[in-house]
Design a protein around this ligand. Structure first.
Ligand SMILES: [Zn+2]
Length: 326
């Protein structure tokens, strides 16, 4: 991929099973595009909040909403797996069962297993090479969280049971995140090839539903603001959130994505402030080079089959197991 030509020091030529210490840090801005509930609707469970410092210089302590890292990768894995399944690239076990997420039966052979990791099964293990942290809201919880009462309507769109005439008792309260709320996230890819980088970015860019699975609301738009190539891990997503908060001139909900992008990647932005602390070499991809890279990702996904087949064929064959028969 030509857009990645200048970054080969930080990527692997091909999959290698021992750590090499090459990192691609994806700076991802997640913006809610609808009211979003990250918990089961009506469960009454509050959203996750953490009390942390507002900024690195602003020492006030504020509650921030947290989206757990598990939630984020699970959604992105499913997005990738849908596509793999469509091309028959989710491998099957000898009994015909397909590679399954969150079971003790990963296939250990598909792109998803190789990139996001697996444990158990035939004694093998692949550490996940996609490392995520919890994502923090840029603004305090008080600015972006609201509560609403909802009631479950019957088929006749009323609160009365059409048969018994009794009033519905399923009235609940749920906290939700307002539309146009922003969360900053650092997704770290460790020891990946060019194709694996494209695959992980494709999954982030194509994922748009992060809410509770049972809920139809929860639309999120992901924007990749920068790629930071490095030989060690860079700052944490909380530090990045705080350094960005310090630089916001407006701190009222709703913020504009372009304004946030500026305070992160701009000349005196959060990254310019934090990255010099990184030990060892690093290279930042923003602006035109980033746009060129993302355009290549888009183009790849217009007709992804050859790309996915090439990626699938890039992994070592499992010699310990007999070839599957169909
Ligand atoms: Zn698998």
């Amino acid at each position: 991929m030509s857009a990645l030509a200048g970054y080969s020091d930080f990527l692997l030529d091909r999959y290698f099973n021992l750590p090499q210490g090459r990192y691609v840090n994806l700076i991802v801005l997640r913006e809610t595009k609808s009211e979003t509930i990250f918990r089961t609707e009506g469960s009454g469970e509050p959203l996750n909040r953490e009390f942390v410092h507002a900024g690195l210089t602003d020492g006030e302590v504020i509650p921030r909403v947290v989206i757990s890292k598990r939630k984020q990768t699970a959604v992105e894995r499913r997005t990738g797996r849908e596509l793999l399944r469509g091309f028959g690239l989710l491998q099957k076990h000898e009994n015909g069962a397909e590679c399954m997420l969150n079971t003790n039966a990963p296939c250990e052979k598909c792109v998803d297993c190789w990139v996001y990791g697996f444990a158990a099964g035939g004694g093998g293990a692949q550490k996940s090479r996609v490392i995520t942290e919890d994502a923090f809201s840029l603004l305090p919880a008080s600015s972006i969280v609201d509560t609403k009462t909802f009631n479950a309507l019957f088929d006749n769109s009323t609160m009365r049971n059409p048969v018994t005439g009794e009033a519905s008792t399923s009235i609940g309260e749920s906290e939700y995140i307002k539309p146009e709320s922003h969360f900053l996230d650092l997704e770290v890819l460790k020891d990946v090839t060019e194709d694996e980088l494209v695959y992980a970015c494709g999954n982030i860019l194509r994922s748009s539903r992060y809410g509770a699975i049972s809920s139809r609301i929860g639309r999120v738009q992901n924007t990749i603001l920068a790629l930071v190539f490095s030989r060690t891990e860079i700052c944490s997503s909380l530090e990045l959130t705080q350094a960005s908060y310090d630089r916001l001139t407006e701190k009222e909900h709703p913020l504009r994505t372009e304004d946030i992008a500026k305070v992160i990647t701009g000349e005196n932005g959060a990254l310019a402030h934090l990255l010099p602390q990184t030990i060892g070499p690093y290279q930042v991809m923003t602006g035109q080079p980033l746009a060129a890279f993302l355009a290549e990702v888009h183009e790849t996904y217009n007709a992804p089959e050859p790309f996915l087949r090439r990626l699938d064929a890039s992994y070592p064959a499992k010699s310990t197991k007999p070839k599957k028969s169909r």
